[in-house]
Design a protein around this ligand. Structure first.
Ligand SMILES: [Zn+2]
Length: 468
């Protein structure tokens, strides 16, 4: 056994020398080289924007929303209730006015819109009602890229112990005034800057009835053919102040096998081992990378699962329409402070009250969101039609793609990782080309291609499809 182990060592040394020679030859022939992936350089404008995110503003937003008493989707939205500041109609109007204020501050840079529709009777909506999503559009400044959209959302409806209770307090400070506040604060701050691609700051209703608002919005985006590249859903990002909370982490949930996968997609996923390479998973990895580039004060904890165990949220509505969408949620939820009537029983306080959330934590989550939104909206479009060319069996791998639209790309980068690695491990800059052959075998790694602009902004990576 000892002898055989020595022989293996000897063989490894020789193969190591051949590998080194191979790398030297490759260096000589391409003048570019692979390297272990390093953090993307920070953009000073994005770093400056993050400093504008204010915990005090977030606190004010959450307290305002809680002040509407009950924001059930089934609660009042008639003019007299709105006048008294009670119910979801008052919350809706306030969000709209708040976004309009941000727009005024940026010289009208935001277009404030509503998406209103009738729903019911369906499960948890016994009578037909009107549901309104409120959103602001910050149009991209590059005409060739204004069709590209990056979106952040939270749900402004709330509930207490009874889903049909529309009058008793349902403060929803954490679920989900926190996510609504993230969307609004990103709008307030990022509207002071310009980006080549379009940003949408969305707040939806109907989440607690069955994701009704987000479903309607995502179906509209699909029907209208939006180029919606990324959806960041913030739901329960309050950082509940329970002892077991980890205030340094925010969970980022992403689906593996896409909800919208066809039978053909599933066959391909099985054949190539593509279970961890959905659009949403690439977005989650991008967020992890943004977290290493910018100091948001919080670390994204990637969870490779669509949502918490057997649960759901508004990002699922977007996943179902084939869009990349992830969910941000605090590290540890406290169920005494969600979907509960406000009360004290046996010394235990129940209810989703502002005093249980951590406004500084929410500001850190907002910074991570804003950095991701700004990075994506600054980056070039992802390269289209990325393929692995398989005309013959070979150990090298040839990747091809089409020029990313927008005219801003200065080079492309090929990324790869071992099939067992959660994140990209290696990168090779390949210049402003649309085809490259690399010595790594496609049998052993997973590849992706991303586009880079002159300032170093990176697009979302695109995993190739096979082309025979
Ligand atoms: Zn929620």
């Amino acid at each position: 056994m000892a002898g055989s182990s020595r022989i293996v060592k000897g063989r490894q040394r020789w193969s190591g020398m051949f590998r080194l020679l191979g790398i030297v030859a490759m260096l000589a022939s391409t003048s570019t080289a692979q390297s272990a992936i390093a953090p993307v350089p920070a953009d000073p404008q994005i770093a400056a924007a993050l400093h504008q995110i204010s915990a005090a503003r977030i606190q004010a937003t959450i307290e305002k929303l809680v002040g509407f008493q009950n924001r059930s989707t089934l609660s009042a939205q008639d003019p007299s209730s709105i006048a008294t500041g009670k119910g979801i109609g008052a919350a809706r109007d306030w969000i709209q006015a708040e976004l309009a204020g941000y727009s005024k501050a940026c010289g009208g840079c935001l277009e404030i819109k509503t998406d209103t529709f009738r729903e019911g009777p369906v499960d948890r909506i016994p009578q037909p009602i009107e549901i309104t999503n409120v959103y602001a559009v910050q149009k991209g400044t590059n005409p060739g890229e204004a069709g590209r959209i990056v979106l952040v959302t939270g749900h402004y409806d709330s509930r207490n112990s009874e889903n049909l209770n529309t009058t008793d307090p349902a403060p929803g400070a954490n679920d989900d005034a926190s996510g609504t506040a993230v969307s609004l604060e990103c709008a307030r701050v990022l509207s002071q800057y310009k980006f080549p691609a379009t940003l949408i700051f969305l707040t939806v209703a109907g989440e607690e009835q069955g994701l009704n608002g987000s479903r309607h919005f995502a179906q509209m985006a699909k029907a209208e053919g939006w180029s919606l590249e990324a959806v960041l859903n913030n739901d329960i990002v309050g950082g509940d102040r329970s002892l077991q909370q980890n205030p340094d982490l925010v969970r980022v949930f992403s689906e593996g096998v896409p909800a919208a996968a066809t039978e053909a997609d599933l066959r391909l996923i099985r054949n190539v081992g593509g279970e961890s390479d959905s659009l949403s998973r690439q977005l989650a990895r991008y967020i992890a990378e943004v977290g290493r580039t910018y100091d948001a004060g919080i670390e994204p904890l990637l969870v490779f699962r669509q949502d918490r165990y057997l649960r759901g949220g508004d990002h699922v509505s977007f996943n179902q329409q084939g869009f990349a969408a992830v969910r941000f949620t605090e590290f540890r939820e406290d169920y005494n402070h969600q979907h509960q009537n406000v009360r004290t029983e046996n010394g235990v306080e129940y209810g989703d009250l502002p005093k249980f959330v951590d406004f500084d934590y929410i500001a850190r989550v907002a910074r991570l969101n804003a950095a991701t939104l700004a990075s994506l909206a600054s980056a070039p479009a992802p390269p289209p039609k990325v393929r692995l060319l398989l005309k013959r069996l070979e150990n090298e791998s040839t990747l091809a793609w089409e020029t990313a639209p927008g005219g801003r790309v200065v080079r492309y980068e090929v990324l790869w990782r071992s099939t067992t690695s959660p994140e990209w491990e290696y990168v090779q800059a390949v210049g402003n080309v649309t085809q490259i052959t690399l010595p790594q075998s496609k049998d052993n790694v997973i590849f992706a291609v991303r586009a880079v602009d002159k300032d170093g902004h990176r697009s979302l990576p695109v995993v190739p499809v096979p082309e025979r």
